[in-house]
Design a protein around this ligand. Structure first.
Ligand code: PEP
Length: 251
């Protein structure tokens, strides 16, 4: 069954003490008022081992924001999927537009990362989405179709383990949000590509999150669309009241 999911992406924010405090506060808020959807927080690597033991795993999943495209060895500064999993984390964001544009992550590199994440029992939250010029040229469909090549080499069984996040780059951190119609149109298109590749059942079961300036005031109308199964949240994941406001869109 397709799940509704709200996942936070802390990006490069919060030192260790601040991150622990944020995770504790969120855990308290969601323990007192249980969510109606899956909730995940994706934190910087250094937070993972400290955050996983302090959140109730039945309510909040924990994930990384990236992992290496190599198994192990002489890759100074990198963190492997196995290392992420050893902290107790269960998820990893892969293919975020900031990784694609600032760190040159290609379709091929991301294919390796997804495979290594799955081999280590991590659930990839795989991000796709077009930049503003591509949207203006009405090329968004072909852009997301090309980006999906990283995950369309998976077996149907493995594809069934991943979460997708459609994030129009022009809406990330900009205050601009896709309209509910824009989100629904492209989510339905993405689901149709999955159906073409893996069949209707796999497509129906795949959670496709929307990301890009999602906030408590717009979450409900975005998530109300039949093909929008929750959100990947950046800025608004850094304040418990805002993040919980988005989670509560499913109530
Ligand atoms: C993101 O970076 O995944 C994101 C959606 O950011 P924001 O919510 O801040 O636009």
């Amino acid at each position: 069954m397709r799940k509704n999911i709200v996942a936070g992406n802390w990006k490069m924010n919060k030192n260790l003490q601040e991150g622990i405090a944020l995770a504790k506060e969120l855990n308290e808020a969601l323990t007192a008022d249980k969510p109606n959807c899956d909730v995940v927080i994706c934190t910087p690597f250094i937070h993972l081992a400290s955050v996983t033991p302090i959140v109730d795993a039945a309510i909040i999943g924990v994930g990384a924001e990236n992992c290496a495209d190599k198994v192990s060895g002489a890759y100074t500064g990198e963190v492997s999927a196995e290392m992420v999993a050893s902290t107790g984390a269960q998820y990893v964001i892969l293919g975020h537009s900031e990784r694609r544009s600032y760190y040159g992550e290609t379709v091929e590199i991301l294919e390796e990362k997804v495979k290594l994440a799955l081999a280590n029992n991590l659930t990839p939250i795989f991000c796709i989405g077009e930049v503003l010029e591509e949207r203006q040229a009405e090329k968004q469909n072909e852009v997301v179709a090309a980006q999906l090549a990283s995950v369309f080499t998976l077996s149907a069984e493995d594809f069934g383990k991943i979460i997708l996040a459609y994030e129009p780059v022009w809406a990330i951190g900009t205050g601009l949000t896709a309209t509910p119609e824009q989100a629904q149109d492209i989510h339905a298109y993405i689901r149709s590509l999955i159906a073409e590749k893996y069949g209707q059942e796999v497509a129906e079961n795949c959670s496709i999150l929307y990301g890009g300036s999602c906030k408590p005031s717009n979450a409900k109308e975005l998530f109300a669309n039949p093909d929008v199964d929750g959100g990947l949240i950046g800025g608004a994941a850094l304040k418990v009241a805002d993040f919980k406001g988005i989670i509560d869109a499913f109530k």
